[in-house]
Structures are given as C-alpha cells and as structure tokens.
Design a protein around this ligand. Structure first.
Ligand SMILES: O=C(O)CCC(=O)C(=O)O
Ligand SMILES: [Fe+2]
Length: 211
C-alpha cells in the first residue's frame, strides 16, 4: 500500500494517519469485522466493581480483551458464548505490518462499539505482556473526540478521529493516558444503526523467543 500521510500531533510517539483507509476500504473492513461479530456477539463488560462500560465489546484474533468482576485480562474465548474468538482479518494484519513495522503480528483485535452517549474514560493500555509493542487503532463510523496526555500526568489534548483514520501509541506514547470524550453524532452513515466502531490491534501475549 502507499503509505498514508502522517500528521504531527505534538505528542511524542503518538502517530496519526488521517484518512488512511478510503471509503471503499472502510466498508470492506467493516463488513469483515461485522461478519466476525456475528460469531462473537457484542457484549457489555463490567468493571471489577460491577460498573458496566458504556461501550459494547467483542474481539477478533487468538486473544480477546475482557473485563469482569475478576478484573481486566486477555483470554482465548468469548466470555458469554465460551467460543474461541473469530480470526483476525488479513486486512488488519497487513495494516499493522505496513504502518507499525513491528516484527510480530498482532494477536488481538478489540472491537469497541460506541452508540449515543458511550465514551471511554482516560486510561492506559497496560494489560499486554510486552509493553514495547505498539497499539494500532482504526476508527470506523461516527467521528469521536479522542483525548490523549502523557503517561505521568499533565495536560491532555483532544483530537477528532474520523472514519478511516488510523493512529498508534508507540515508544514514549505507548503508555499515554487516552480515552474517548464523546462521539460526534450523525457524522457518518457507515455503521449500520449508527455510532462508531473502533478496532484496537495489540500484541497481547508474550513475544515469541528470538533464536
Ligand atoms: O475507541 C478508541 O478510539 C480508543 C479505545 C481504547 O483506548 C481502548 O480500547 O483501549
Ligand atoms: Fe486504550
């Protein structure tokens, strides 16, 4: 693929490729993801204290991120159906390789569905075995206000992520605090029923030993 244009956001290690996916590529990718989600339906996880997330979640690939009263973790099966997660679309493996250059493929794709007032509080992604591997995120559907700030506190800034935008937490931004303040309702018609789907690609399991 032709490398998409990368924008400097002023956050060291936060990489942002606006419009990385064409409208046709977004539609194809969404169709693949929704076919997977038919096998692994969205569910609404709860936090350790029993508070439901406003985001609905599913996963594709060998490992899926789940949250329940036992805490956050990755596991190979859907917490409700008990079935293995559906395979990771090849398109996503290719995108990860082309944009991150990381030597190992992602083993987890979290599929987040935001509808209406759904949002995600500021957090760090730190449930992965190797916290050096990047996190790659693909936005589909309604635009969202994404908030990001340094790992150790201080000011945050908001960036509007639109359908087809791709961004990555790498290097000094790998443990950046980030979240979704809100959607921009009606800004896209891509997702059936409205809203936003975010795909978060991660290398969750341990790095395979290099010989
Ligand atoms: O929806 C997004 O853009 C961010 C999702 C996220 O940070 C996560 O799932 O850890
Ligand atoms: Fe995150």
């Amino acid at each position: 693929m032709t490398p998409p244009r990368q924008i400097d956001t002023g956050v060291d290690g936060f990489r942002y490729w606006p419009g990385a996916l064409t409208p046709a590529a977004q539609a194809d990718l969404l169709a693949e993801v929704l076919a997977g989600v038919e096998q692994a339906p969205f569910h609404q996880p709860v936090t350790r204290t029993g508070r439901p997330f406003s985001v609905q979640m599913s996963n594709l690939g060998p490992l899926g991120w789940v949250s329940d009263r036992a805490g956050y973790r990755y596991q190979p099966t859907h917490p409700v159906t008990g079935a293995p997660w559906p395979p990771m679309p090849q398109t996503l493996l290719d995108l990860w390789r082309d944009l991150t250059g990381w030597p190992e493929p992602p083993d987890s794709c979290l599929v987040n569905l935001y509808r209406g007032p759904a949002k995600m509080g500021l957090h760090q992604d730190r449930d992965e075995a190797d916290l050096n591997a990047p996190v790659l995120s693909v936005s589909l559907g309604d635009a969202a206000l994404f908030r990001i700030g340094a790992a150790d506190g201080g000011p945050t800034k908001a960036i509007r992520l639109s359908s087809g935008d791709v961004c990555a937490l790498t290097g000094p931004a790998r443990l950046a605090r980030h979240g979704i303040d809100r959607l921009v309702p009606g800004s896209s018609t891509l997702v059936p029923g409205g809203g936003r789907i975010n795909l978060t690609l991660r290398k969750a399991g341990p790095a395979s030993r290099q010989s």
